[in-house]
Design a binder for this molecule. Structure first.
Ligand code: IPE
Ligand code: IPE
Ligand code: MG
Length: 243
């Protein structure tokens, strides 16, 4: 068997379970989201330390507008505050922030804050942190197609790929979803075509370094065939060893 012994270059995470984490403690849901930010900070640092190059996290989906107004405004506020507060440390760690998603519908103040965080970290070389906020996989495919159509360009797999919101990074190698649910929830529909999926029952605030390492170790045991047969992969691995 040929294994992917390397650390995944790009990890994507559906950070789910904040609400349940809070409810179990008789706290308001937004307290769970606050704890979720702490968990994300720990995860970013762990990814930097392990040599992961890209981390893409789902922070607010196109469908999360269906939540109670109070929770929505709490999440908006939290994003703005967390980014502003974390930028200095993220910069020290070499993390570049990219906010991915539809900016329309966000307040001017929040949009300005997101642009500032992107600008202030643009030169950081170690890890790209894509924060998907007001993002949906269907939105991304549709906006990419609309842009190509407006420019009168042909729609091909390559042109679509380049017009999409994550065109600055390779496709994710590993997609982790916490919180026990086994669904994609409109996350990276296009980019996850060949991503290895990993589901954890831990709630996002409880997802720590050990849990990340377990996910990476599981990934390293997978055989990524990309349509080929196991025999083909072993033959080419053998060829590389001989060469
Ligand atoms: C995920 O946690 C974070 C967001 C969707 C913003 P949830 O808030 O969905 O937590 P659960 O699934 O209700 O526990
Ligand atoms: C997915 O979680 C979105 C984020 C983590 C931001 P949800 O909790 O919104 O997903 P569903 O609605 O249960 O599928
Ligand atoms: Mg949820």
């Amino acid at each position: 068997m040929s294994h992917t012994a390397a650390v995944p270059r790009h990890i994507a995470i559906v950070m789910d379970g904040n609400g349940r984490w809070a409810t179990r403690r008789f706290l308001p849901r937004v307290a769970g989201h606050r704890q979720g930010v702490e968990s994300l900070r720990r995860c970013v640092k762990a990814c930097v330390d392990r040599g992961v190059q890209v981390l893409t996290v789902f922070a607010f989906s196109s469908e999360n507008w269906n939540r109670p107004a109070e929770e929505i405004s709490g999440l908006m506020e939290l994003l703005g505050m967390a980014l502003a507060r974390e930028v200095p440390q993220l910069s020290r760690d070499g993390v570049r922030i990219c906010v991915i998603g539809e900016r329309q519908g966000l307040s001017d103040k929040l949009s300005a804050g997101l642009a500032q965080a992107e600008h202030d970290t643009a030169q950081n070389p170690r890890l790209i942190l894509n924060v998907c906020f007001n993002y949906g996989g269907r939105w991304d495919i549709a906006q990419a197609a609309a842009r190509l159509a407006a420019r009168g360009e042909p729609i091909t797999e390559l042109s679509l790929d380049r017009a999409m919101a994550l065109s600055h990074v390779p496709d994710p190698d590993l997609l982790i979803r916490t919180g026990g649910e086994m669904r994609i929830s409109n996350f990276l529909l296009w980019q996850a075509a060949y991503t290895e999926l990993y589901f954890s029952d831990l709630l996002w605030p409880d997802f720590d370094e050990a849990a990340l390492d377990a996910a990476i170790a599981d990934f390293q045991r997978r055989e990524r065939r990309f349509g080929r047969t196991s025999e083909q992969l072993n033959a080419s691995a053998e060829g590389r060893r001989v060469a």
